[in-house]
Ligand binder design. Structure first.
Ligand SMILES: [Zn+2]
Length: 376
């Protein structure tokens, strides 16, 4: 998928959505009835061992639901392996149960195995992957490979009781992913670049992206506390919706820009491999703000939010305290690869500009953290 398609064949607005979105404590128990309603009698449930152990009580006894363990990375080889199992098993649907990578893999499998129904059932709110039609495919070593576009899920089941019991780091990473949504949508609106659907953003997409930003800023800290206590509260529900639905609709129908391109560059730095998608995206937001000349007030607001919820503000926070000049150069070049979403920013982007922004953002973040200790 190319994210930067400024020469739209027609200036039409496009938005894409999942068929059904359900969120609340216990909604995963509705999966068998949902599949029956969609006339999908036999479904392959792709899930890692942790997710299956958590959800197993709900699903393991259901006839027609066959569990296949996920091997841990969304690679072309893993997609082929699971697609073969789905075809050979005669499944009508593929359910991705777990985090972003398992959901992405299940989406690609549903597409590659012959347009099977795809259901997303996240057990963490760590990315906005569940609602979209985009799969991020990685190399076996965890570095970014390519995007694969298919279809939005027929249904998304977000069981907030399960998500509240997941480690808080996942919820925080989801806020990092959600933090990028409005900034990237705004960049596309300003430059007239295409959204991920290949059209202009609707008014709805812009409003959803802004609501996503406002929600995590208003409720992020409270949602974190609820998650640490493993309970579901209204603020927790709002942040889960922001991380999952608002961010998902906002990025896909609003558009991507520098933050996700910088994320893709950071995946080439070995020291960052332990960081989650949303953690790298959050730092990508900071780099993007420096790159696009955002106001100091805006940068301070983002830095303050990141510190309050424990998102990274510098490369050391991502696990890479001393990157080599060569590693930073590669990251900048990968961020500026042909077709990357960074080219949706105005003004023409190149590796030299991105490298300067990376270095400056890292320093700004370290200085801010030194000024305002705590929050991490
Ligand atoms: Zn993302």
């Amino acid at each position: 998928m190319s994210n930067s398609t400024p020469n739209l064949s027609s200036r039409c607005a496009i938005a894409q959505f999942p068929g059904i979105y359900k969120q609340g404590p216990g909604v995963l128990a509705e999966l068998p009835a949902l599949l029956a309603g969609l006339r999908a009698g036999k479904a392959l449930v792709l899930a890692g061992s942790n997710a299956w152990a958590q959800a197993g009580r709900t699903l393991a006894q259901q006839p027609g639901l066959i569990h296949l363990p996920f091997t841990g990375e969304c690679t072309s080889a893993e997609i082929d392996r699971v697609a073969r199992a789905a075809r050979e098993g005669g499944h009508a649907a593929v359910v991705g149960l777990g985090g972003g990578k398992v959901i992405d893999t299940a989406r690609a499998v549903a597409h590659c195995a012959g347009e099977l129904l795809f259901i997303a059932a996240p057990t963490v709110a760590s990315t906005d992957a569940p609602t979209s039609a985009t799969t991020v495919v990685y190399q076996a070593d965890g570095s970014f490979s390519h995007y694969l576009r298919s279809r939005n899920p027929a249904a998304v089941l977000v069981d907030t009781a399960l998500i509240a019991r997941a480690p808080v780091r996942f919820l925080v990473a989801g806020m990092g992913d959600a933090l990028s949504t409005w900034f990237e949508a705004e960049s596309c609106r300003r430059s007239g670049a295409a959204n991920v659907c290949g059209g202009l953003a609707t008014l709805a997409a812009g409003a959803i992206a802004r609501l996503c930003y406002d929600t995590i800023l208003a409720d992020g800290s409270h949602a974190m506390s609820a998650c640490l206590a493993q309970v579901v509260t209204p603020a927790f529900e709002r942040v889960v919706e922001a991380n999952t639905l608002l961010s998902g609709l906002g990025f896909e129908s609003g558009g991507l820009a520098s933050a996700h391109a910088v994320h893709n560059g950071l995946t080439r730095i070995p020291g960052c491999h332990g960081a989650l998608h949303g953690e790298k995206v959050a730092f990508g937001v900071l780099v993007g703000l420096v790159l696009t000349g955002a106001s100091s007030a805006q940068i301070r607001e983002v830095l303050g939010f990141c510190r309050a919820v424990g998102l990274p503000v510098c490369l050391a926070d991502l696990g890479c305290a001393n990157p080599t000049p060569g590693e930073l150069q590669v990251a900048a070049e990968v961020a500026c690869a042909s077709g990357e979403s960074i080219h949706n920013e105005s003004g023409g982007m190149n590796p030299a500009r991105v490298l300067a922004a990376l270095i400056a953002a890292d320093r700004l973040g370290r200085e801010f953290a030194a000024l305002k200790p705590g929050g991490n």
